[in-house]
Design a protein around this ligand. Structure first.
Ligand code: ATP
Ligand code: MG
Length: 515
């Protein structure tokens, strides 16, 4: 009986062997046809999907960016060394993944999560695809909590909310990075996790950002994803997506995260370069038609999640560079239409030492106003109006005439608003400081203080409020609205400080005048 069975089994095995064709079907091996400029053209891998990770000789990786009928355009992630025409390529069946988890905090990494800070290997909790779908509409909630930047002109006039996407846009060297970094530094007062993605920048500029956050912020709650101009274009391309995935880890665990992408103009240029090399048809300004879709699907991942999804949020501050203030160029317009508003920086304002050089007329924040603290909203509405009127009046009065007292008063007030909105770097103001300043301004308590004294006022205010307006600060911290008694206490404190400063100014003027 047993023998019979064994025979059957043997017979069956032989028959199967006879039917089997011994072809190398388990692993498809393609061939590199050509390598240049960070792109490899690969043939012989018909089953590879878009964005699939490809393994080259020597353990190097790339991913499929374009699929043609008979070949693949693959973007190399590690440079071209050791890869030549004729060398083998294998599909991996996986997409590009990056490490995620709390072990990344405080680290400087390349877009694939490899350390660049000389520290030990990254302790990843898991790996997740760099490209992930954005949360669906029903998984989202309305933006409701403020993302405080400590920058008065932003928090008061263009308030940001957690889960919002706000573009920071301006010409070269107008302070774009500085605004983003200040927002990041200010999170030392919150629990927000920050991810700074540097794409296509000079290495020295990136170093300066990291140094600044280490010196002024909470670097232990930040991740730096760095792909400077010298890195393989493929790594630069994937960097914002990788950063998003790293930030989403925290968003998906009910935490609040902030991602800065500095900048998407350079990312678009890399995308254009890669697309042209993989022979995609160029469209407007020679960008391939899908650049809008690339940035839209990237930024859609920033969101405020519903309570059912844990209520976490991911706020995105993408940066874009304009040429001669031209906001209607292809990439800036795309980004403006994808985001929930833009902070526009003006080269002229910057040159006139109005820094941050926020152009109040062109900037807008579409969702953050609803998230702004009621106390701050109560005192900031007037400022925007007064300032806009002042800017117009200033234009007219530049041509002389118009010296009626009402106009003079309006101009004096406007000059003080301008002085208030000027703010040095790394000098973030707490919400209470901002409320106090704007309430005092509205009540005319600052009208007698010369604008030159405003830097001193700003610098001394936090300490002064701590010392003299403790109860008001506490009440503001607890409640949302601004009660009259609290407002009066804050205004009284600012008035006292302003008087001291004005008196000091008078004294110095006298001593200055003395021989
Ligand atoms: P790039 O186009 O090179 O990326 P950018 O627009 O990011 O430049 P920043 O590098 O942020 O500009 O700033 C340019 C210069 O302006 C820096 O030297 C910075 O210190 C200075 N700066 C920015 N903001 C302020 C400010 N609020 N007060 C004083 N100086 C500032
Ligand atoms: Mg910059």
């Amino acid at each position: 009986m047993t023998t019979d069975r064994t025979d059957d089994w043997l017979e069956d095995g032989r028959a199967r062997l006879a039917r089997a064709t011994l072809a190398p079907e388990a692993e498809a091996v393609g061939r590199v046809e050509q390598v240049s400029d960070g792109i490899a053209r690969v043939s012989g891998l018909p089953d590879v999907r878009l964005n699939e990770l490809l393994r080259f000789d020597g353990g190097r990786f790339g991913f499929a960016l374009s699929l043609d009928a008979d070949s693949i355009g693959a973007v190399l992630l590690d440079g071209e060394e050791g890869i030549a025409a004729g060398s083998p390529v294998r599909g991996t069946g996986e997409v590009v993944e990056v490490p995620v988890g709390p072990g990344l905090l405080g680290r400087v990494l390349d877009p694939l999560g490899r350390p660049l800070d000389g520290g030990g290997p990254v302790e990843a909790e898991a790996h997740a695809p760099a490209e992930r779908p954005a949360p669906a509409i029903i998984e989202r909630d309305l933006v409701s909590a403020p993302m405080e930047t400590g920058i008065l002109v932003v928090d008061a006039l263009f308030a940001l909310g957690r889960g919002q996407r706000e573009l920071i846009v301006g010409d070269r060297a107008t302070g774009k990075t500085s605004i983003a970094v200040d927002a990041m530094v200010n999170q030392k007062h919150s629990e927000v996790i920050c991810v700074y993605v540097a794409v296509g920048q000079r290495a020295t500029a990136v170093e300066r950002v990291i140094e600044a956050v280490r010196a002024h912020g909470a670097p232990e709650r930040c991740i730096f994803v760095v792909a400077p101009a010298a890195t393989a274009p493929g790594l630069q391309w994937i960097a914002p997506f990788a950063g998003m995935t790293m930030a989403e880890y925290f968003r998906d665990r009910g935490q609040d995260a902030l991602i800065i992408i500095d900048d998407l103009t350079k990312h678009a240029a890399t995308h254009r370069e890669l697309a042209l090399l993989t022979r995609e048809p160029p469209g407007r300004e020679a960008y391939p038609g899908d650049v809008f879709y690339v940035h839209a699907r990237l930024l859609e991942r920033a969101a405020k999640l519903s309570a059912a999804r844990g209520g976490g949020s991911l706020t995105a501050l993408p940066v874009a560079e304009t040429d001669a203030g031209n906001l209607s160029a292809y990439i800036p317009t795309n980004l403006i239409s994808i985001t929930d508003g833009q902070i526009v920086l003006g080269a002229r304002l910057f040159a006139a030492n109005q820094r941050p050089a926020v152009d109040v007329g062109l900037s807008v924040s579409r969702v953050g106003g609803k998230a702004q603290k009621k106390a701050l909203r109560a005192v900031s509405g007037r400022v925007r109006l007064d300032y806009a009127q002042f800017l117009e009046l200033e234009m007219f009065t530049r041509f002389g005439g118009m010296s009626d007292t009402r106009v003079k008063a309006q101009i004096a007030r406007g000059e003080r608003i301008r002085a208030l909105l000027t703010q040095p770097r790394f000098a973030g103001l707490r919400m209470a400081d901002q409320v106090a300043l704007l309430a005092a301004l509205a009540d005319g308590a600052l009208d007698a203080l010369p604008p030159e004294r405003f830097p001193a006022l700003r610098a001394r205010l936090p300490g002064h409020l701590d010392a003299t307006a403790g109860p008001a600060l506490a009440a503001l911290g607890e409640g949302d609205a601004l009660e009259d008694a609290v407002r009066a206490e804050l205004v009284a404190a600012v008035t006292a400080l302003a008087q001291t400063l004005a008196a000091e100014a008078g004294n110095t003027a006298e001593t200055g005048a003395a021989p």
